[in-house]
Design a protein around this ligand. Sequence first.
Ligand SMILES: C=CC1=C(C)c2cc3[nH]c(cc4nc(cc5[nH]c(cc1n2)c(C)c5CCC(=O)O)C(CCC(=O)O)=C4C)c(C)c3C=C
Ligand code: FE2
Length: 454
Amino acid sequence: MVRPAGQRRAPRPVVPVNENAAPDAPSGSRVPRFSRRALLGAAAGAGVAGIAAGVTATEIAGTRTPQPPSQVVAFRGDRQAGIITAAQDRLHFAAFDVITTDRSQLVALLQQWTTAAERMTRGEETFENGAVGLSDYRPPTDTGEALGLAASSLTLTIGFGPGLFGPDAENPTRPDRFGIAAHRPAALAPLPVFPLDELEPARSGGDICIQACADDPQVAVHAIRNLARMGFGVVSVRWSQLGFGRTSSTSVDQQTPRNMFGFKDGTANLKAEEPEQLDTWVWVQPADNPAAAQWMTGGSYLVARRIRMHIERWDRASLFEQERVIGRSKGEGAPLGQSGEFDAPNFDLTNGRSPVIARDAHVRLAHADNLDGVQILRRGYNFTDGSDGFGHLDAGLFFIAFCRNPADQFVPMQQALAAKDALGEYITHNGSALFACPPGVAPGHWWGQTLFES
Ligand SMILES: C=CC1=C(C)c2cc3[nH]c(cc4nc(cc5[nH]c(cc1n2)c(C)c5CCC(=O)O)C(CCC(=O)O)=C4C)c(C)c3C=C
Ligand SMILES: [Fe+2]
C-alpha cells in the first residue's frame, strides 16, 4: 500500500537510549536504540499468515496521525512470493555472479540471505538492531535507510542462472563449480539470440538473481543493497535494474497500468485467480523433470529482458499509427474493433480491405491464437535511466515473464515478435537473462536448499 504523497516517510521516532551504557561501551552492552521489528511488531506477527495489515512506527508511538497500514507478504509458502503476488509498484532487480568456487561459502550465504530476506519482508532490519543498535566501532550490519519504513509488501524472489550449473550447450567447458551440474533442469538453457537483439553483456546473464518488489522504492533498494553487501567475497553484482510503475496486472483486483508508450499494459495477462492456467503455464510440474531436477517442481522460470523504448520516435507517430502498432485503442485499451478493455479481440474482423487488427500488430502476434495456445505471466516494470548522451531518454520496459518452460513459451513468442512485430521499429532489446526460480521456502528451510541437498 502506497502512503499518500507527503506522508511517505514516517518521521524517525524518538526511542530511549540506555542511559546506563557509557558512550564507548563495547558491542552488546547497549540497549538497542532502534528496531524496525519493535516498531512494526504487529505487522511482523501477522506476516506469517499471508498478507496482513500492519501498523507504522508513528501509530505505535501514539504521537502522530496514524499512517495507512503497511502490508506484509508472507516469505514462506508453497510458492515463492513475487510471482503471482499482486504486482507491487516498484522494482529493484539484481543479477549476481558467484565469485567463489567454495560450495560451503555459497551455501552459507544462501542461508544468511534467507534469514535477512525473511526479516526484511516483515519490515525488520537484516539483523536485529543492525543499523544503530550494535557497536559504535564497527560498520552497522544493516545500512539503515529503511528504518521507520513499513514492510511495503516487499517480496524477494530468488532464481538460479545457467552458469551456476556448469557446462551447457553454449559453454560446454564451463566447470561444475558447485557439483550441481546433474541437477540442471533441461529448461534452464541459455535463450537464443533473436533477430534485432542488441544485447549488452553488462546487462545480461548472471548466476543468481534476486527480484525485490515493493510499494516503496527505498524498501526495495534497501533489500538489494543489504543482500549484495552480505555477499561480499562470495557474489558480486553483475547488473541491476530499477523499475517503477508496474506494467502488468497479476490479479483481477488490480487496475491495468500504463507503459511508457502510454498504453494500458497487462490487460490480457494470466492472473493469480486462475490456478489451472497457472499450473499449465507458470508452475513447473512433476512430470517436467527427471528425479535429479525435481527440486524445480512448484517453481517457475524467470525471463528478464531490458527493452529500450525509443520514446522520441514513438512520440512523433500519429495516434492512428500507435494504435495500429499495438492493435488496441490507447484510451480504453480495447482491441481494435471492440469497445471494452476486456472484450475478446476478433482477429478476423476486416474493414473490407484489410484486417482491423493489423497482421503485424503486437497483440495479434503475441496472442495465444497465433502461438498454438501458448501463454506467459508478465510482471514487468517501466524504467527511465536518465538520457543517453544524445538527448534521448534511456527509458523502456524491464520485461519480466514467468513460465513453466521458456523454450516452449517465451522463445516462440519472442521469435514471432522479432520476426514481424510492428513495435520492433520503436524498441530495442539490450539485456537478457534467464533464471530458474525454485518453489517456495518451507518452514526452517533456506533459499536453494532443495537444490543443494538433492
Ligand atoms: C515475448 C513477449 C513479449 C514482449 C517482449 C513484449 C514487449 C512489449 N509489449 C509492449 C506493450 C504491450 N503488450 C501487450 C500485450 C501483450 N504482450 C505480450 C508479450 C510480449 N510483449 C503478450 C503475450 C501480450 C498479450 C497479447 C494478447 O493475448 O492479447 C499490450 C496490450 C495490453 C495487454 O494485453 O497487456 C501492450 C500495450 C511493449 C511496449 C513491449 C516492449 C517494450
Ligand atoms: Fe507486449
